[in-house]
Design a protein around this ligand. Structure first.
Ligand code: CA
Length: 227
C-alpha cells in the first residue's frame, strides 16, 4: 500500500486530507510539527510527503532540506500564493505545490501525478495466471486474491526483479530481512516453500544446489504495465 505522510499543523486541514486520501486507498500518517515529521520520516518508508510550509518547530523549507537527500517526492501545501514562495519550494526540490484552500479533486490528481512520475505503485506484472499489482500490493491467481505475508510479498517481488538469476540464501535473507545473514537458512527455505505453494509455483521457483533459489520464467511470459 502506498504510504503518504501528511505534515500539516492545522488539524481540520490535516483531517480533511487524511480522510480523502484514505478513502482513495492510500495509507496516511500525520505529523503536526516539523520535528515529529523528521522523526517519522526516519522511522518509516514514505512514498510521498505532503508538506505544509508554516509549521511549529521546523518549517517546511527546513524539512525539505532534510527530505531531499532521501529522494522522497514532496508536494508543498501552501497558503502563500506569492510567486516567490512557489519558486522557493520548487527550487528546494519539491515536485509540486498546492495552494490552500484547494479542492480535493485537485489534491488527488496531483498526488497521482507525482506518484506516477516516480513510478510508485504503478506496476502491474502478469506472470501466467498470477497478477501482481505493486500499487495495491495485491496478488491474484486465476482472479482470486492470494494472501501473502509482508515477507512473502517482498520475496515475490525480489524474485520477479531477478527473474532467471540464481539468488543465494544470503542475498535473499539480507535483502528481505534487512539484516546480516546469520546462517539460518530455514527462514529463507520456509518462506520460499510457502510462496511456491500459495502461487502454485513449485516448478517455477527452483532450488539451486547448495546455493539458493531461482525464479525461472520465460521473459516473454512476463507482462509489465505502468498504469
Ligand atoms: Ca501551517
Amino acid at each position: 500500500m502506498i504510504k503518504i505522510l501528511i505534515v500539516e499543523d492545522e488539524k481540520p486541514i490535516s483531517d480533511l486530507i487524511r480522510i480523502n486520501l484514505s478513502e482513495a486507498g492510500y495509507y496516511c500518517d500525520c505529523a503536526f510539527d516539523g520535528l515529529s515529521a523528521a522523526a517519522m520520516i526516519d522511522e518509516n518508508k514514505y512514498d510521498l510527503i505532503l508538506l505544509d510550509i508554516m509549521l511549529p518547530e521546523a518549517d517546511g523549507y527546513e524539512l525539505m532540506e532534510y527530505i531531499r537527500p532521501q529522494r522522497i517526492p514532496v508536494i508543498f501545501l501552501t497558503a502563500k500564493a506569492t510567486v516567490h514562495d512557489r519558486v522557493k519550494g520548487l527550487k528546494l526540490g519539491a515536485d509540486d505545490y498546492l495552494i490552500k484552500p484547494f479542492e480535493i479533486v485537485e489534491l488527488l490528481a496531483r498526488v497521482e501525478a507525482v506518484l506516477r512520475r516516480y513510478h510508485v505503485g504503478q506496476t502491474v506484472v502478469e506472470i501466467g495466471d498470477v497478477v501482481v499489482d505493486t500499487g495495491s500490493r495485491m496478488v491474484k491467481k486465476e482472479n482470486s486474491e492470494v494472501q501473502l505475508t509482508k515477507k512473502e510479498y517482498e520475496l515475490l517481488i525480489f524474485f520477479i526483479q531477478n527473474n532467471n538469476i540464481a539468488l543465494s540464501r544470503d542475498t535473499i535473507y539480507e535483502k528481505i530481512w534487512e539484516s546480516d545473514y546469520m546462517g539460518d537458512s530455514r527462514t529463507v527455505d520456509l518462506h520460499v516453500q510457502r510462496l511456491r505453494k500459495k502461487l502454485g509455483w513449485e516448478n517455477l521457483v527452483t532450488a539451486v544446489y547448495k546455493f539458493g533459489y531461482r525464479l525461472e520464467i520465460d521473459n516473454e511470459a512476463v507482462v509489465e504495465t505502468f498504469r
